[in-house]
Design a protein around this ligand. Sequence first.
Ligand code: SAM
Length: 452
Amino acid sequence: MNPISYLKTGVIHCDDNKKVLAEIPSDCIDLIYLDPPFFSNRKYEVIWSDEAEVRSFDDRWQGGIQVYTAWMRERAIELHRILKPTGSLYLHCDWHANAHLRVMLDSVFGAKNFQNEVVWYYRGGGVSATRWGRRHDTILFYTKGKDWTFNVDPVRTEYSESVMKSKPSRYDKSYRKNKVYSGYRPNPLGKHPDDVWPIQPLMPSDKTERLGYPTQKPEALLERIILASSNKGDIILDPFCGCGTAIAVAHKLDRAWLGIDISPTALGIMQRRMEKIGASVDLEGLPVTEDDLRKLRPFEFQNWAINRINGTHSPRKSGDMGIDGYSFMEQLPVQVKQSGAGRVTVDTFETAIERSGNNKGYIIAFSFTKDAREEVARVKAEKGMEIELVEVATLVNAPPDKITPELSDLFPALPKDFLGLPLPPPRSKAARPSLEELVRSDKAPRLADALD
Ligand SMILES: C[S@@+](CC[C@H](N)C(=O)[O-])C[C@H]1O[C@@H](n2cnc3c(N)ncnc32)[C@H](O)[C@@H]1O
C-alpha cells in the first residue's frame, strides 16, 4: 500500500510528539518545520486578552544540554524516518542550542544533507552593555536525500538600489571596454534569495496576526519556507505547532498539513485560527476522561474547566482571591481545584464571593468532602449565600452549559415550561419602513435620551 494513502491530514494531535510521530508511516511527509523549546531555561507565559487565559509552555531542563539534545535526537530520528526521500526539514532554534542541534542533526541526517543555516534577522529585543545585540534566530535546513524541492521564483528578493540603477547596457559597455564579462544580469523576477532573512517579528501592538501565544512566529517567515520547499498538495508537518503558524500558512498556500502540540490550550487557539481561515480541523487526543484531566498541568486544567462552562477567565493570575473565572451570562465567581475540596476551600471561597460583591458562586473540583457540603449548608442558612459544588465528572459527562443559568432563573416571571421567545411573523413588504424612514428614525431622539 502507498503509505500516503493512510496518513490522515487536516489533524492536530494533542500529545507528546514522540508518541504521535512513532505512529506516522515512513517516507510520507514532504516538509517538516519545527520550532521546539529553545533550551532557554525560561517559562514562557502570557495572560492573554479579555478572557485572560493563561498560555504557557515550559523551556526549563534538568540535567543540562546533554539531556535536551538527547530529547531532541529521539524526535529527529522519527522525523527523518517519516520524511519522503525528497523531503526537507527546517529546525528553528537560537544561540542557546544551535551548535548542539547542528551536530545532532548532522549525525541523524548525514552532514552531506545539510543545506543551509538560515539567519532570521529581526529588530527589537533588549540590548546588553557587554556584548553584541542578539538579533537573530537560526533555522537549520536539511534534506533527506540528494533530490529535493526548491522553488526559487516565489521567494526571490529585491535587488539593492545600486544594482537596479545599473542598466544591463553598463555591463555591456564594461565588457566592450575591459573585455571582462561577468555574465551577470539582474533577473527580472528578482534576486536569488540568500540565507539572511530580515523579517519583522510580531510586535505586541500587532492587531492582525498576534494571538497571544508565547513565541508565535510571523507568517511571512513560514511563507518563505513553505513556498520554497514544497508544492501545492504536498504534506507539511509541524510537530511543535504552538498556535499553528506553520499549519495556517500551509492551508493558505493549498498544502495538506498535520500538527502536533502537547498543550490543550494551544489546540483551542489553533482550532479557532484554522476555522477562521476556512480549514476544517480534526482535533485528536484532547483530554476527555477524568484521568486525563488529573494529569494536566494546573493552568491547562484551569483553562479546560473555565472553557468547559463557557466562562471567562479571571483577569488576575490564578489563585488570586480564590477566583479563577466567572460563569457564563451571570458572571458569578468560579473556583477551580485540580484535586478534591474540603471545608477550608469553601471558607476561603465564601470570603472571595463576598469581596467580589456577589452572593453566589461555583467550586469545580474532582470531589467534595462531607465537611465541605456541611459548610455550604451552613453558609446558605446563615447568609443566604449559595455555593454550588460542581464535580469534574459532571462537566465531563454533561453538556458544556451545565452551570449556565436556566432561562427561568434569569426571567422568574416566565412559565416553567417556556421554551423560548417565539419569533414574530415576517412583515409584509408594504409594512417595512422605507430607506428614508429608517434614516429619519435614526436621527430621531432615542427613547433612552428622552427619558433621561
Ligand atoms: C516555540 S513554541 C512553537 C510556536 C509556533 N512556532 C508558533 O508560531 O506558534 C513550542 C511549542 O512546543 C510545544 N511542545 C513542547 N514540548 C512538546 C512535546 N513533547 N510534544 C509536542 N509539543 C510540545 C509547546 O506546547 C509549545 O506550544
